[in-house]
Design a protein around this ligand. Sequence first.
Ligand SMILES: Cc1ncc(C[n+]2csc(CCOP(=O)(O)OP(=O)(O)O)c2C)c(N)n1
Length: 397
Amino acid sequence: MAITERNHLQHIKSTHNVDVIKNGLVDIPMLQLLDAQGNLLSQELELWDKKTALRIFESMHYIRILDERMVSAQRQGRLSFYLACTGEEASVIASTAALADVDMVMTQYREQGVLAYRGYRTEQFMNQLLSNALDPNKGRQMPIHYGDKALNFMTVSSPLGTQIPQAAGYAYGQKIAGELAITMCYFGEGAASEGDFHAGLNMASVLHCPVIFFCRNNGYAISTPAHEQFAGDGIASRGIGYGVNTIRVDGNDPLAVYLATQKARKIALTDHCPVLIEAMTYRLAAHSTSDDPSSYRAKSEEQDWELKDPILRMQRHLEQQGWFDQASIEQYCATQKSDILNALKKAEIQPKTNISEIVTDVYQEIPAHLARQRDELIAHIQRHPEHYRSTNMSDKE
Ligand SMILES: Cc1ncc(C[n+]2csc(CCOP(=O)(O)OP(=O)(O)O)c2C)c(N)n1
């Protein structure tokens, strides 16, 4: 192979001033297309169609209801853990709407709206959340660690940021295979402090991978506010540092999120390169059911953001377009509420996966040390069945 000469100083201009480039010199603007009243801020737009807008609106409501019900179910001791998307529905759902179904999606853990938009059924949510034998992962993951091959949705994993280099690699594979598809990778601004973020962006940039890095900047990494996490201009400025095309968008403005993602997808697919989207939003909910935000943020701050509720903004936009129908959305929400409660009850009474399967599906042959531990566990359960009432020991299930 011929070795080409390259000069890494080629594009650099010289200067005679002893100047430091000041932090904050470039202010990255935020794309906003709907004001708080749902008015269009630009007339020169190719708007979405009514069907897409209503599907996004319904999915946003669905996730709000699912989250409310599941947080209550956790409080009632019916599931062990939950993470709500409340306040971030526009960021997650309007961006998904701009993708094609063939696009691979890799998420952090707060993006259940992707699945809902793509048609994941309520009973599938419940089987995963209740860790029963009908969960494709056989109940061996924590709640919210969804995965669905048919919907091109990679299984959620607990360590922050691992999906970022994986998405770069997956997108590289899509490009090499000549697929007309991209990879969408969601994460929070907190996860962008992981080394994996930097490795993933650099790899995607150098290898020209068709991937969208979608950062939900919701202001907090659990209790750490954004200003204590980094001192630069958010996450968007880092994209530019890595040579990645970058868009910052109002994450509570569904139309802006949709059009920004649509554009990013087109760039990723046609130019074979990554795009970083930073969606400025706010986590209205607690970090998880194990968190109490009143210990680290003011109620007044939450109330300010409640006024920017993305579902309300979407509703006002629909009203402006003449697409809003109060009776039909009320009917939709009532049906979803009762379906969720029924599916929860059904999932609760499903048996758990047989304990003999606790270490299957990872290795072709179960390693001796895992087999030994499994046998010890089974023997322990047999000696103390009173501690393991919900464990399925029967081979007949
Ligand atoms: C490698 C790793 N470090 C720490 C954690 C613990 N942890 C879980 S969520 C979280 C905060 C993440 O914040 P962010 O990425 O902004 O997402 P958000 O929860 O705000 O949506 C932390 C530190 C983890 N899961 N993995």
